[in-house]
Structures are given as structure tokens and as C-alpha cells.
Design a protein around this ligand. Structure first.
Ligand code: ZN
Length: 217
């Protein structure tokens, strides 16, 4: 078996494309239209994995699929190649949040790391949310204040419309002439992080958000 080469958000992207094809199969559109939808989805997947070698390209190829069952099988097979979120220990997490002396730990043994782009847990007592994300091959952690909102909105990370929380993180940036200066960055994100992890298809925003919070200047 080829090594696991698909990131969770890429897997979501493939699932989304396959969803578009499967929807087109349900319509009464003629064969040419359906083929065009399939070709377009295929091209998007190929583009996402432009560097794939022959073995990976063969796995990603969906030209043999024609029925719903074929596509389900295709997704199931690719599911075996999704990289899990890296294992993380309590010590590692404590190191990422050195200033938080009463750090609330996630229940590590209960976390599902298999379909996870970012790991998140809440400290309800202090209205804090913690995010872990792999940045340049290393785990980075961000601590935010969070407020659940009663109105639905669009999540900044996965672009899904639904129940969101407002998160606000204080950046590490300091102004040398003003030690009290601080800058907070706010965002709406899904209140349910496991749903968010099932929907996220692109990590550009999440990456730049974490980078902005951790940047020291
Ligand atoms: Zn989301």
C-alpha cells in the first residue's frame, strides 16, 4: 500500500467533487452534460495533486467510476490514504501554552485524529478555545476567547454556513515603545470543530490566521 498521502482537507475536497458528480447523476441531464461535470471534477482533483507520482495518480483516477456505488468505493479506498493528525502528548500541549498555568487539557484518548485538520477543545469555565494545527511540519497552538453566537454565520475556516462561535486571539506582536500594546484577531468559526474538520477543503485561511496570531512583530 502506498503511504498515506492525502491530507484531511484534500480528502474533503475530493469528497466535495464526488458529491457534485453524484448530484449530476440524479438529474435528467444528458450524457454530455454529465460527462462534462465528471471531467471538471476530475481536473480539479488532478490539479490539487499535480505532483502525484503514477501510483498515486492511479488511486486518484475516477474515470472507471460510473454509478453511485463506484464513487462510494472510490471514496472508501482513498479514505485509507488520509493522513491522521499527529499524535500529541500532554507535555507537548503544555509546552505550547506556557503562560497558561491552569491549562485545561483535551481528553486525548477520546479525540478522533483520523479526520482532523486542526485539533480543538474548549475550556467552558474560562470561555477559552484551543486550536492545534501543523505549521511547516511542527505543531502550533493558539489560545482564543470564544463566544457562542445565536445567529448562524459563515465559518472562516471551512466556509460553511451554520452555527458559529466568535473567537478572538491576542497576537504575540508587541510594539517596543508600548509594552501594553496588544492586538487581537477575531473570526467566526464553526462551533462544532468536528463538523468543521469534515467540511474544510482549503487551509490557506487557517494557516494565515495561526501565523498572524503567532507572529512576534
Ligand atoms: Zn468551519
Amino acid at each position: 500500500m502506498a503511504e498515506k498521502f492525502i491530507k484531511n482537507h484534500e480528502f474533503n475536497f475530493i469528497k466535495k467533487q464526488v458529491g457534485v458528480i453524484k448530484n449530476s447523476l440524479k438529474t435528467g441531464a444528458d450524457k454530455n452534460v454529465k460527462n462534462a461535470v465528471k471531467d471538471s471534477a476530475d481536473a480539479k482533483i488532478t490539479e490539487l495533486f499535480a505532483d502525484a507520482d503514477a501510483e498515486r495518480r492511479a488511486l486518484l483516477d475516477l474515470s472507471h467510476c460510473s454509478k453511485d456505488e463506484d464513487y462510494d468505493q472510490y471514496i472508501n479506498t482513498l479514505g485509507e490514504y488520509v493522513q491522521p493528525f499527529p499524535q500529541v502528548s500532554e507535555q507537548q500541549i503544555k509546552k505550547m501554552f506556557p503562560k497558561n498555568k491552569k491549562l485545561k487539557m483535551p481528553r486525548l484518548e477520546e479525540l478522533d485524529l483520523s479526520r482532523t485538520t486542526y485539533l480543538s477543545w474548549n475550556d467552558i469555565g474560562s470561555n477559552k478555545k484551543f486550536l492545534l494545527f501543523e505549521l511547516d511540519g511542527r505543531l502550533a497552538g493558539v489560545e482564543c476567547k470564544y463566544t457562542l453566537l445565536s445567529r448562524d454565520n459563515v465559518c472562516s475556516f471551512c466556509c460553511r454556513h451554520g452555527q458559529v462561535a466568535f473567537i478572538s486571539a491576542v497576537t504575540k506582536a508587541k510594539k517596543s515603545n508600548n509594552p501594553d500594546y496588544y492586538k487581537a484577531i477575531g473570526n467566526y468559526i464553526c462551533s462544532d470543530s468536528s463538523e468543521c474538520n469534515k467540511k474544510i477543503t482549503n487551509t490557506d485561511y487557517l494557516t494565515s490566521y495561526i501565523e498572524d496570531v503567532l507572529r512576534e512583530k
